[in-house]
Design a protein around this ligand. Structure first.
Ligand SMILES: Nc1ncnc2c1ncn2[C@@H]1O[C@H](COP(=O)(O)OP(=O)(O)OP(=O)(O)O)[C@@H](O)[C@H]1O
Length: 221
């Protein structure tokens, strides 16, 4: 369960990216975060992941205040979440394999299992055979799918996906949403940012809609 309670975010230049946002994403749900460019979607996801801190308000993940997480507890909070950043946050001078294996390697998983899992998740996102490619040489849509495979491989409880279909054609975009649905059916809570209102309407899943940093709508189509 993710809860945002009266959250505001004021950036260093004085601009409010978010104002007084309250909503929750129940455990095991698939919820869209939608709104036009600049609405505040990335800011919400970065705050939940604790990549940034709110100026006001409280963010709870399974009842625990993320503001209280430091050191080891921050590491374990982040390990429970798989984040697909809009700008990928890949190690661009490393191979696809080295990027995707990272969440398992830091947990000390054996090399044989890692190899099987990397192959499995690359296959899922449509990148079978990409293991040895350097990330810097990939297209935007390929980088996006590497970022998704890396987020999924550790089977996180919560998946935060920032425009994971933003650089993909329709068919690859649908495949990626299906991969997220699969993870959701296996128990993960999925919170996906997208400006694609058609996608949100067609899936009929719950959504939170932002405009200009404020929540303007919440519900199901
Ligand atoms: N570091 C920052 N400093 C100042 N303003 C920022 C910063 N990051 C974001 N903003 C502003 O906060 C607002 C919300 O940005 P955010 O990236 O969350 O929007 P978004 O809905 O994800 O947009 P997009 O769909 O274009 O990615 C924007 O007006 C943006 O310019």
């Amino acid at each position: 369960m993710i809860q945002m309670l009266s959250v505001s975010k004021r950036y260093d230049d004085g601009y409010y990216g978010l104002r007084d946002i309250t909503f929750k994403v129940g455990p095991g749900k698939f919820v869209f975060l939608t709104g036009e460019s600049g609405a505040g979607k990335s800011t919400v996801l970065r705050l939940i992941y604790r990549a940034e801190r709110p100026t006001n308000g409280t963010i709870l993940v399974d009842g625990a205040d993320t503001a209280a997480a430091h050191g080891g507890s921050l590491t374990s909070l982040r390990r429970r979440m798989g984040m697909v950043f809009q700008d990928y946050m890949l190690l661009f001078d490393r191979t696809v394999y080295e990027n995707v294996e990272l969440p398992l390697a830091v947990r000390g998983v054996g090399k044989g299992i890692i190899s099987q899992e990397v192959d499995k998740y690359l296959d899922q996102v449509g990148l079978a055979g990409y293991q040895r490619r350097l990330c810097c040489s990939l297209s935007g849509g390929e980088k996006q799918r590497v970022a998704l495979a890396r987020a999924l491989i550790a089977k996180p409880d919560i998946i935060l996906a920032d425009e994971p279909t933003g650089n993909l054609d329709l068919s690859n975009g649908e495949k990626i949403v299906e991969v997220l649905h699969d993870a959701n059916r296996q128990g993960a809570t999925v919170f996906m940012a997208t400006h694609d209102l058609y996608l949100v309407q067609s899936t009929r899943l719950p959504f939170v809609r932002l405009r200009g940093g404020r929540k303007v709508e919440e519900g199901n189509f």
